[in-house]
Each structure stands twice: as structure tokens, then as C-alpha cells.
Design a protein around this ligand. Structure first.
Ligand SMILES: CC(C)(COP(=O)(O)OP(=O)(O)OC[C@H]1O[C@@H](n2cnc3c(N)ncnc32)[C@H](O)[C@@H]1OP(=O)(O)O)[C@@H](O)C(=O)NCCC(=O)NCCS
Length: 156
């Protein structure tokens, strides 16, 4: 069993550092950004989405807490900022490495559906990198379907 609780400022700072590190790495791996300025680009992108951090209107950042109320991960959803009415967006989901494959992400994804409904949302969207097979398996098992596919061929 998990609960979602509002992220504290300390948790936010730690998450921002880790998440932008990993996002930068994913962008480099996916061939979108050069390695040298990837972290700066990631920080700039996040600042654009979250100019007021956890207090940014329409954005909800939660810590995922386990049955003993220990933080095991986080989830970030935006409910009122998408151009399409009723369509919200999950920007990030992560579970601490040593807490994985215990069903925490699945439970958090189901719990976030209630948050979305409370805000009058009817569809949840998200982006996942093609090479993130674990996350893709999770989302597919929860009923998410593919809406866009980017393709690339390295020219050698
Ligand atoms: C993706 C992530 C959130 C999954 O968290 P988790 O708590 O381990 O996921 P769950 O235990 O709820 O997994 C539920 C199901 O998803 C699938 N799944 C999850 N991780 C998987 C993996 N690494 N490989 C294959 N399938 C996986 C499985 O079907 C799993 O069910 P099972 O364990 O009974 O086989 C976690 O690996 C993570 O934080 N990764 C780094 C950040 C990230 O990639 N986030 C997603 C951004 S789009």
C-alpha cells in the first residue's frame, strides 16, 4: 500500500537534481542533445515548467510513501496546464532503486488517476523514451497506449 503526499521543499531540491541528471542522460542517449550542455538544458526546461517549484499553479508533485510512511519515490502530474481541456500529463515518475519491483509505481499510477479525476480530467498522457522498456511495460500493463512514435536512423 502506498499514499501520495505533497513533496516537501527538501525533497523537491533532491528530486530536481536527480531528475534533471537522469533526464539529461536520457536526452543524450536518445540522440536529442549533446552531452556537454545537457544538464543546463534539463534545468532550464524544468524551470520553464515549474517557475514556482512545488507552488507552481496546475502542477502537483507528490512523494510516494510506503505503508510505514517512508518515502520510496515521487510522481508529478500537471492537471490544468495542457492545451487540450480534460487532458492532464504525468511529467515524472520514479521509485528509488532499492525499492523497485514491489508494485510502488503501479500503485502510484493508480492513485494519481483519482487526483486527475478530482481535477475534472478525463485522459492522462505521458512521454516515455523508447529505450525505457521497464516503464513502457508498466504503462502498457495499466492500459496506456502509444499516441506518437519518433524514429531515427544513425547514418554511419
Ligand atoms: C519505471 C519505474 C518507475 C518502475 O517502478 P517500480 O516501482 O519498480 O514498478 P512496479 O514494481 O510497480 O512494476 C509494475 C510492473 O511494471 C513492469 N516493470 C516495472 N519495471 C520493469 C523493468 N525494469 N523491466 C520490465 N518490466 C518492468 C512489470 O510488468 C512490473 O510488474 P512485475 O514486477 O509484477 O513484473 C522505476 O523503474 C524507475 O523509477 N525508473 C527510473 C525512472 C523512470 O524511468 N521513470 C519513468 C519515466 S517515463
Amino acid at each position: 500500500m502506498i499514499t501520495l503526499r505533497a513533496m516537501t521543499p527538501t525533497e523537491y531540491e533532491a528530486w530536481l537534481d536527480t531528475s534533471t541528471d537522469e533526464y539529461a542522460l536520457e536526452k543524450v542517449k536518445a540522440g536529442n542533445w549533446p552531452a556537454d550542455d545537457a544538464k543546463a538544458r534539463a534545468l532550464a526546461e524544468y524551470a520553464g515548467y515549474l517557475p514556482q517549484g512545488t507552488a507552481t499553479a496546475g502542477h502537483h508533485l507528490f512523494t510516494i510513501a510506503d505503508a510505514e510512511d517512508r518515502a520510496v519515490g515521487m510522481i508529478w502530474i500537471a492537471t490544468d496546464v495542457h492545451k487540450t481541456p480534460g487532458r492532464c500529463w504525468i511529467y515524472d515518475l520514479r521509485v528509488d532503486e532499492h525499492q523497485r519491483r514491489r508494485g510502488h509505481a503501479r500503485a502510484a499510477m493508480l492513485a494519481i488517476e483519482a487526483v486527475a479525476r478530482e481535477h475534472g480530467q478525463t485522459v492522462i498522457g505521458l512521454h516515455v523514451f523508447g529505450h525505457n522498456t521497464g516503464a513502457r511495460a508498466l504503462y502498457e500493463s495499466l492500459g496506456y497506449g502509444v499516441t506518437n512514435v519518433n524514429m531515427a536512423k544513425p547514418l554511419v
